[in-house]
Write a protein that binds this ligand. Structure first.
Ligand code: IMP
Ligand code: MG
Length: 183
């Protein structure tokens, strides 16, 4: 694996596709086991676009749960409409969450703001249960909420990309994860 360049920045190999798939498999086994233990036969995987699209599909097909379902949602950000600068709205969060066992699928939990908002929005729709699986988690960055129930990798607070994660929309198609190189 070689270094890659995006937006004038250099990134070096960090987590290989092989290591990612090891964690995908482990997480799938844990989710299967917990669903079985809790008597849940039809969990709804709620994949948060765009970042989690690769992880979400890999995880979903790895999970051996006959009646599992998947849905996709997307956060739409607006700038400059409030004092905080950003307001998020969820697109595609339909009503069928009511009474469901929901597993939010995220690419990464950084400050925890996105995860926290999403949980709050979901809670209003009366799901049976809400859990979160995140491929990546930056424990030193979290400011709100808690550690997701299922985490693939805990990483330091460095900027990464690839395997769905982007820099200004680019680099999502990399099969491995890369980290910003400091020089
Ligand atoms: P939050 O800070 O936990 O709300 O994360 C917000 C979003 O920032 C995540 O869903 C990612 O899309 C993005 N993000 C956070 N850290 C990184 C990173 O290291 N690389 C690329 N995107 C990131
Ligand atoms: Mg995301």
């Amino acid at each position: 694996m070689e270094e890659v360049t995006y937006g004038g920045l250099t990134f070096e190999p960090y987590i290989t596709r092989e290591k990612i798939m090891e964690q995908v498999k482990r997480l799938a086994r844990e989710i299967e086991r917990d669903c079985e233990r809790e008597g849940e036969q039809s969990p709804l995987f709620l994949c948060v676009l765009t970042g989690a699209f690769m992880f979400g599909t890999d995880l979903f097909r790895e999970c051996n749960i006959h009646d599992a379902e998947i849905a996709f949602i997307r956060f739409k950000s607006y700038e400059g409409t409030s004092s905080s600068g950003v307001i998020n709205e969820v697109m595609g969060l339909s009503e069928d969450v009511e009474g469901r066992y929901v597993i939010i699928v995220e690419d990464i939990v950084d400050t925890g703001v996105t995860a926290d908002q999403l949980r709050a929005m979901l809670a209003k729709k009366n799901p049976k249960k809400v859990k979160m699986v995140s491929l990546l988690f930056k424990p030193e960055s979290i400011t709100v909420g808690e550690r997701p129930e299922y985490v693939g990798f805990e990483i330091p607070s460095k900027f990464i990309l690839g395997y769905g994660l982007d820099l200004d929309g680019k680099a999502r198609n990399l099969n491995d994860i890369y980290v910003l190189k400091k020089d």
